[in-house]
Design a protein around this ligand. Sequence first.
Ligand code: SAM
Length: 181
Amino acid sequence: MAAKSGFLKTAIKDFKTIGAIAGSSPHLIEEMLEPVPFSSARSIVEMGAGDGRITDAIIRHMSPESQLLVFELNDVFFAGLARIQDARVQCLNQNAADLLQWVQPDSVDAVISALPLAFIPKAEKNRILRAAAESLKPGGLFVQFQYSLTDYGLLRRHFGKVGVRFELLNIPPAFIYVCTK
Ligand SMILES: C[S@@+](CC[C@H](N)C(=O)[O-])C[C@H]1O[C@@H](n2cnc3c(N)ncnc32)[C@H](O)[C@@H]1O
């Protein structure tokens, strides 16, 4: 089970990187994962794992043949991810913007991101979104949540199609972008 109690404590110490004081709700997580074709997806990437609550849900859904590559920059959260003992999962204490150092272009079925886009400088955000788009196979999905629609336009520049969902049962309520290139 994810170590949820430490989220606020860690977030206060590193708010600019974490960008939230509470983790995502189970409703938000399930709504983010709903469009992901887990039965066929073989290569999955998670950006911004935090305490691993989305990671845990991905692991519950993913097939025995699939691989999950997880990026988390915060050292405390990254250390906590060591609790995940699953041969299909590799956790990296690395910047998600460097994704293409770890996967081939056009090779990933789904990138699931909880990165705090609103707090990330624009040049860095462009690097992250470019890497996510380039990593995806044709038809692959990039799923990202945000508390406002601030980055809708930016996502449109990186992805051919950007759908938007809304999840009320989260604090605060959140928009979910579901993008394909
Ligand atoms: C809003 S929290 C999400 C935590 C958790 N996945 C959830 O949904 O509750 C965002 C996480 O992204 C991480 N992060 C921020 N920028 C990052 C980057 N460039 N690369 C990897 N992780 C990053 C932060 O350290 C933080 O843990």
